[in-house]
Design a protein around this ligand. Structure first.
Ligand code: TYM
Length: 353
């Protein structure tokens, strides 16, 4: 029986952080033996925020080294760069003909990015303000069309490989929902049973959202609250020791404030159940010392990241190997992509005589 197709990608916007690791990369490694796995570097998606070209060149290399260092095996999984598969760009154009501007504008990720670009504070009530700024100000180039059509491109990444399982963090689930909607719409418009509907990879348990160390929200590059896989031990310890806390529990079994709950979330990801239990009990009976918790957390994170960091540096020194991995990956990814694209062109009525 053929294996189920898995696909996922990460944008090359710098080094990978613990959010990327627990939300995506560590899962990639876990499933590569049992599925037809395809992991890519989403450089076209990175272009939506207009990165510096020199930095983008460097980031693609970094992400590849980080994929390999974390344990993705190019003989088991297909590893490729999105722009090495030109079929994706063509199908992006074709699928956009079936995507509404309104549904794209309502996407949470788009609204967040548009607000940020326009300097508007985040509330649910300012959708109209975003629209006014975007539509009413023709010199405003900060919210580009690529940012709006980001979900179409992501849907194409998935659908062109006919992937059914997509391991991602919680923040990407809405994009996955849109992908299913686009697939259904395409199938029903043309009366075909062509695209399968992709779902998040179910590992049991809740979707992963790695928090930042600044007390609220998720860990993210633009939030400036990241622990990177590549962080030197000294830097990493310092970041953890500086994490926001509160004045400590005042009465037994009191509820946790967000910054403390976040520290426990990180501890749960990186430490053993015994360690987590120990600190939970200490919190419950008010004997907890946050300094001890942070020290333990820093060491447990380092136990995960140190071996990866060592390998990243080795791999970055071997460009020939990296080039070979990408050439082999692009060839495999294009095989299925070109077949899907040829079918889509035919279904949509592009000339074939
Ligand atoms: P990107 O580059 O923002 O993030 C890559 C992956 O890391 C996960 N992630 C997190 N998970 C948990 N907690 C966090 N704090 C955290 N921060 C990041 C993300 O959920 C993601 O899985 N649009 C995608 C890239 C992409 C893609 C695709 C993914 C393009 N095409 C097709 C899957 C399938 C993105 O921007 O990821």
């Amino acid at each position: 029986m053929s294996k189920e197709i898995v696909l996922s990608g990460i944008r090359p916007t710098g080094n990978l952080h613990l959010g990327n690791y627990y939300g995506a990369l560590s899962k990639f490694v876990r499933i590569q033996n049992d599925y037809d796995c395809n992991f890519f570097i989403a450089d076209l998606h990175a272009l939506t925020t207009n990165p510096d070209p020199t930095q983008l060149h460097a980031s693609v290399k970094t992400i590849l080294a980080e994929y390999l260092a974390a344990g993705i095996d190019p003989d088991k999984a297909t590893i490729f760069v999105q722009s090495d598969v030109p079929e994706i760009a063509e199908m992006y154009l074709l699928l956009n003909m079936h995507v509404g501007i309104g549904e794209l504008m309502r996407t949470t990720a788009f609204k967040d990015k548009a607000r940020k670009a326009l300097g508007i504070t985040a509330t649910d009530e300012n959708d109209e303000q975003i629209e006014r700024e975007i539509i009413g100000n023709e010199t405003n180039k900060r919210v580009n069309a690529g940012l709006l059509t980001y979900p179409t491109l992501m849907a194409v990444d998935i659908l062109i490989q006919k992937a059914t399982k997509v391991p991602v963090g919680k923040d990407q689930l809405q994009h996955l929902e849109l992908t299913r909607r686009f697939a259904r719409r395409f199938n029903s418009f043309y009366g075909v049973d062509f695209f399968p509907e992709p779902y998040d990879f179910d590992f049991g348990g809740a979707p992963v959202k790695v928090p930042g160390l600044d007390g609220s929200g998720k860990m993210g590059k633009s939030e400036g609250n990241c622990i990177y896989l590549i962080d030197e031990p000294k830097v990493l310890r310092k970041k953890v020791m500086r994490a926001v806390t509160d004045e400590g529990p005042q009465t037994p079994n009191s509820p946790m404030s967000e910054p403390i709950a976040n520290l426990f979330s990180l501890l749960e990801l990186t430490s053993t159940p015994e360690v987590v239990k120990h600190f939970r009990e200490a919190y419950a009976d008010c004997s907890i010392r946050y300094g001890d918790l942070k020290k333990q957390l820093a060491e447990d994170i380092l136990a995960v990241t140190t071996p990866i960091r060592d390998r990243i540096n080795d791999i970055l020194g071997n460009e020939d190997y990296m080039r070979k991995v990408l050439a082999q990956g692009a060839e495999k990814a294009r095989e299925r992509a070109s077949k899907t694209l040829a079918d889509v062109r035919e279904i949509m009525g592009i000339r074939k005589f």
